[in-house]
Design a binder for this molecule. Structure first.
Ligand SMILES: *Cc1c(COP(=O)(O)O)cnc(C)c1O
Length: 375
């Protein structure tokens, strides 16, 4: 008797993030924009960056936007524009991408790490007060994974203690807090347009929004060698300008951002509603926070085991982030110990990021949900 032919079904891999679909979709439009930059040779700063700054102020409803070369330099310049430097302290959540703290360190000041809450995983406002000293100058709140932090909570603490609030909005382009776009609440808000962010340039880029003309002018000078009139340098500045190709690609992509964010919201809604496995915990979504789900992070007791299970089904989660900032080797000299920020440490040890990008198909989302519920 003839043996039945075995059919092998090869499952298509589902990564945590795939940028190819988005770029295929807008390729011609971006290439046309690149051609214009090329023809005009406006490669560094210039009209395409200015156009994007205009577009981005309209989008965020901020008064001013300053384009820079990445999100880390955006944070560095925000700290400098506030006059923060050696001897000063800035409060930073322990659970974030490390660059939130880099700007503080690059300016010669000291980041002071504060734990996150056990449910929203955002900076815990009840932990902030105990870390304030006479040297504290500012608090950087992070809209982590695309979800606005407790802005009014942090704002009222800052007001009470005479501190500045900065928003690290690198992961949250388009998110809203109580109906209002993030990026307008702090003294300044810092954005990253790294390719993997919700709004990412074709290259490296970042930006700062502010409501203050003074900060705006100072930031423009700081990013451009401390100069407003060419070859006259009023202070020691930086070369942190945004490139023209990056600016042009961002203006094209900004038009699609709301649609992409809405698709992320729809995928997140399915994860939130349809993943019913009690072994999996998700970030609590407060009703005032309209997240743009840059990442969809969950926790589980035995992460390695769950990753293995998912990998067998060709699903590849990532880790954001496996080490809390206060325990990074780079900050050994600050003397933090394991146990100083227990919620952030728990998250670092148990988090994994599910596939999340606008081009995920309904079938792929279904496969992820089914796998999670089977685990
Ligand atoms: C990406 C990111 C940054 C840094 O942005 P780059 O453009 O990569 O320098 C800062 N903070 C947070 C929270 C980020 O996710």
């Amino acid at each position: 008797m003839k043996k039945m032919e075995q059919k092998t079904i090869t499952l298509e891999k589902i990564p945590c993030l795939d940028l190819k679909g988005q770029h295929r979709q807008i390729k011609q439009e971006v290439f046309d924009a690149f051609e214009k930059v090329y023809e005009s040779t406006a490669f560094s700063g210039g009209s395409f960056v200015e156009q994007f700054e205009k577009d981005f102020t309209a989008y965020t409803e901020a008064k001013y936007a300053v384009g820079v070369n990445n999100g880390t330099t955006a944070l560095h310049l925000a700290i400098l524009a506030l006059g923060i430097g050696p001897g000063d302290e800035v409060i930073v959540p322990a659970d974030t991408f490390i660059a939130t703290a880099w700007g503080v360190s690059h300016a010669g000041a000291t980041p002071v790490f504060v734990d996150c809450t056990a449910d929203t995983w955002q900076i815990d406002i009840y932990q902030i007060e105990s870390r304030i000293t006479p040297r504290t100058k500012a608090v950087i709140g992070v809209h982590l994974y695309g979800q606005p932090f407790d802005i009014e909570g942090v704002q009222s603490l800052c007001k009470k203690h005479g501190l500045w609030m900065i928003e690290d909005a690198a992961q949250a382009q388009g998110a809203r807090y109580k109906g209002k776009p993030i990026g307008t609440f702090g003294e300044m808000a810092c954005f990253s347009f790294y390719p993997g962010k919700n709004l990412g340039a074709c290259g490296e880029a970042g930006g700062i929004t502010t409501q203050s003309e003074n900060y705006y002018k100072h930031l423009q000078s700081l990013r451009n060698h401390g100069s407003t009139v060419r070859y006259y340098h009023d202070e020691i500045g930086y070369n942190y300008r945004m490139g023209g190709l990056e600016g042009a690609s961002l203006s094209v992509k900004l038009k699609y951002l709301e649609g992409w964010n809405n698709r992320r919201r729809a995928i997140a809604k399915r994860y939130l509603n349809e993943v019913s496995n009690p072994k999996i915990k998700m970030q609590h979504q407060p009703e005032w926070a309209d997240s743009v789900f840059h990442l969809f992070v969950v926790t589980t007791d035995n992460r390695e085991d769950m990753i293995k299970f998912l990998n067998e089904k060709e699903i590849y989660p990532a880790l954001h982030y496996p080490v809390s900032c206060h325990l990074q080797k780079a900050y050994n000299h600050l003397g933090y110990q394991a146990g100083d920020c227990p919620n952030a440490e728990y998250l670092a040890a148990h988090c994994l990021s599910l596939p999340m990008y606008a081009e995920l198909t309904d079938e792929q989302v279904e496969r992820v949900i089914t796998a999670l519920n089977e685990y």
